[in-house]
Design a protein around this ligand. Structure first.
Ligand SMILES: Cc1cc2nc3c(=O)[nH]c(=O)nc-3n(C[C@H](O)[C@H](O)[C@H](O)COP(=O)(O)OP(=O)(O)OC[C@H]3O[C@@H](n4cnc5c(N)ncnc54)[C@H](O)[C@@H]3O)c2cc1C
Length: 410
C-alpha cells in the first residue's frame, strides 16, 4: 500500500521536527521520518553534552509553534551578558600584557532586553517540539525508519523505506543533518571545507551560583568558551568549548579527568568560576559545508542538510530554524493558493531568501574566527595595537560580533 502525503520530512531532529510541526499546524499532511528519537527527559538528569545558544529569533519561532513554554518547563539558562578576552601582547616587545581586558561586550540592559538568549540542551528543544507534534493530527511520525531510496518523477516523490513501505508526496524536505541522505539521493553537490581545528566540549560542575554570562577567550591556539547551564538540585554547571588542533584534542580527551581539569584551568582565564568536577567530554570536527543548491523539483534542504558553520558563536541551529520559518511560510502560502509544493516556482523563493543569509553568516563567522583565532603575525600585531591602545572593541568590531552572535539581523 502506498501512503500519500503533502510533504515527506526526512529527519526529525530540531529543525525537521519544527518544519513538520509548523506545516501540520496549518493542516498540511506530513509524514516525518527518523532513525531514532532522544530519550525522555527527567529533571534530575545532569546536563547533556550537546547544548545550543538560542537567539531571540529562534525563541520567537519556537513560541509560535508552542514548543518554547515546554522547553522552559524542562530547563534552559538565560544569558544576559557576553564577555570576550584576548591574551594580549605588547605590539613591539611581544611581552604579555598582564592585565587582560575583561570586556563585557554586550549586556541585555543596553538593548534593552531581559536577556541576550538562552542556552538549551539540544535534547530539550527536540523533545519539546515532539511533544507539540504528538498533538498535531495531520502529522504522522515514522520512527524508527530507514530510508532505502527516493525517486522523483512526474511531479511526485516516491520514498521507499528499507522495510518496503512506500510513501508518496509532491515534496521531500531533507532535514537529515550534515551527512544528508536526501541531499545525496537528489544528486545535490556540496561545497565543504575543514577548519584545521576541532572543538572539544566538556560539561563541568562549577562552584555554586548559576551564571548569566558567556565568556570567550581568544588565544593563539584557538578560542575558548564557557557557556552557563541551568542549576540542577542546587548544583551549578557550565559547558566549556576548547578549540585546538585534532592531535591536541585527542590528547586532551585521553587524559584522566583530574589532569584534564588541571590543564583546562591553566588555560582558561583565572577570572572564570572554579571548576569542581568533569561530567562528560567529547569532540567535534569543524567543517563548513554549503549545498550547491537548496532546492530541486520535489526536494528542499533545511538546517545542517543545507549548511554547517563554525560553531564559534553558536549560530548553526538558529539558521536552521530561520530556514524552517521561511519554508513553512512559503509552503503555507502555496497550500492556500493550491499551488504545487514541489514546483520550482514555489521553492526558488526559499533559496533566494535563505542562501544569501546563510552565506553571510558563514562569512561573518570566518572573519571572526580567522581574525581572532590564529597566530598570524601581522593580524596579531593589528589586534594587539587595536586592543591594547583602545583597551576596548571599536564600534565596527562590535557590530560584526553582534551580527555573528545573532543579536542583529543585518
Ligand atoms: C560543538 C558544537 C556546538 C554547537 N553549538 C551551537 C549553538 O550554540 N547554537 C546553534 O545555533 N548551533 C550550534 N551548533 C550547531 C547545531 O548543533 C546544528 O546546527 C543542529 O544540530 C542542526 O540541526 P538539524 O536538525 O538540522 O540536524 P541534526 O541535529 O543533525 O538532526 C538530523 C536528524 O535527522 C536524522 N537522520 C539523519 N539521517 C537520517 C536518515 N537517513 N533517515 C532518517 N533520519 C535521519 C537524525 O537522526 C537526526 O535526528 C553546534 C554544533 C557543534 C558541533
Amino acid at each position: 500500500m502506498t501512503r500519500r502525503y503533502d510533504v515527506l520530512v526526512v529527519g526529525a531532529g530540531m529543525v525537521g521536527a519544527a518544519v513538520g510541526c509548523a506545516l501540520g499546524q496549518q493542516g498540511i499532511k506530513v509524514a516525518l521520518f527518523d532513525h531514532a528519537l532522544p530519550s525522555a527527559f527527567s529533571p534530575e538528569q545532569p546536563p547533556d553534552l550537546r547544548v545550543s545558544a538560542l537567539s531571540p529569533s529562534t525563541e520567537h519561532f519556537l513560541r509560535d509553534i508552542g514548543a518554547w513554554s515546554l522547553m522552559k518547563a524542562m530547563r534552559m539558562c538565560p544569558y544576559r551578558r557576553m564577555a570576550v578576552w584576548e591574551k594580549l601582547h605588547e605590539p613591539l616587545t611581544g611581552k604579555e600584557v598582564q592585565q587582560r581586558p575583561n570586556q563585557t561586550l554586550f549586556d541585555c540592559r543596553d538593548l534593552p532586553a531581559d536577556q541576550l538568549g538562552f542556552i538549551v540542551e539540544n535534547r530539550v528543544t527536540q523533545l519539546a517540539i515532539h511533544q507539540v507534534l504528538a498533538g498535531v493530527e495531520s502529522v504522522d511520525l515514522y520512527c524508527p525508519a530507514s530510508i532505502d531510496r527516493i525517486n522523483w518523477a512526474a511531479g511526485k516523490a516516491t520514498l521507499t523505506l528499507k522495510d518496503g513501505e512506500i510513501f508518496e508526496a509532491p515534496l521531500v524536505v531533507g532535514a537529515d543533518g550534515a551527512q544528508s541522505k536526501v541531499r545525496q539521493l537528489a544528486g545535490i553537490g556540496l561545497h565543504s571545507e575543514d577548519y584545521e581545528q576541532q572543538a572539544l566540549v566538556a560539561t563541568v560542575e562549577i562552584e555554586p551560583g548559576q551564571l548569566d554570562i558567556t565568556w570567550q577567550a581568544f588565544t593563539p591556539t584557538g578560542p575558548l568558551a564557557l557557556l552557563p547551564l541551568p542549576d540542577i538540585d542546587g548544583r551549578s554547571y557550565a559547558s566549556m568549548v576548547w578549540y585546538n588542533l585534532p592531535e591536541q584534542v585527542q590528547r586532551l580527551k585521553s587524559l584522566p579527568d583530574e589532569d584534564f581539569l588541571k590543564e583546562m584551568m591553566q588555560t582558561y582565564p583565572v577570572e572564570l568560576p572554579v571548576i569542581r568536577r568533569l561530567l562528560e567530554r567529547g569532540s567535534f570536527p569543524l567543517t563548513k559545508r554549503h549545498a550547491r543548491h537548496y532546492v530541486k523539483p520535489g526536494v528542499v534542504l533545511v538546517g545542517d542538510a543545507a549548511h554547517t558553520i563554525n560553531p564559534l558563536a553558536g549560530q548553526g541551529v538558529n539558521l536552521g530554524f530561520q530556514d524552517a520559518a521561511t519554508l513553512v511560510a512559503l509552503l503555507t502560502k502555496a497550500y492556500k493558493n493550491s499551488e504545487p509544493f514541489g514546483s520550482l516556482a514555489v521553492l526558488n523563493e526559499y533559496e533566494r531568501i535563505r542562501r544569501p543569509a546563510n552565506r553571510k553568516m558563514q562569512w561573518a563567522m570566518d572573519a571572526f574566527y580567522y581574525t581572532f583565532s590564529n597566530d598570524n603575525a601581522p593580524l596579531k600585531l593589528l589586534r594587539n595595537i587595536g586592543l591594547t591602545v583602545a583597551g576596548r572593541f571599536t564600534p565596527g568590531q562590535k557590530q560584526v560580533m553582534k551580527y555573528a552572535m545573532g543579536l542583529k539581523d543585518v
